[in-house]
Write a new protein. Structure first.
Length: 60
C-alpha cells in the first residue's frame, strides 16, 4: 500500500501545458515591452504605474 502511494507521487508531471506556456510567454512579453521600459522611472519617483497596471488588468 505504501509503495503504491509512493509510486503515485513519482508520477506527478511538472511540465507546463500548452495554455500555461502561452501564459508564461505572454507575461514575459508584457514585462519586456511594458514594465521594464518604465520601471526605473517608477522606482525613482515612487509613482504608481497606473497605466501598466491597467494594461495588466486588461490582459487578465
Amino acid at each position: 500500500m505504501i509503495r503504491q502511494i509512493q509510486e503515485r507521487h513519482l508520477m506527478v508531471s511538472f511540465s507546463l501545458s500548452d495554455e500555461q506556456r502561452m501564459l508564461v510567454d505572454m507575461t514575459r512579453e508584457f514585462v519586456a515591452n511594458e514594465v521594464i521600459p518604465v520601471a526605473e522611472h517608477h522606482d525613482r519617483t515612487g509613482e504608481y504605474p497606473i497605466a501598466v497596471a491597467a494594461q495588466a488588468f486588461e490582459l487578465g
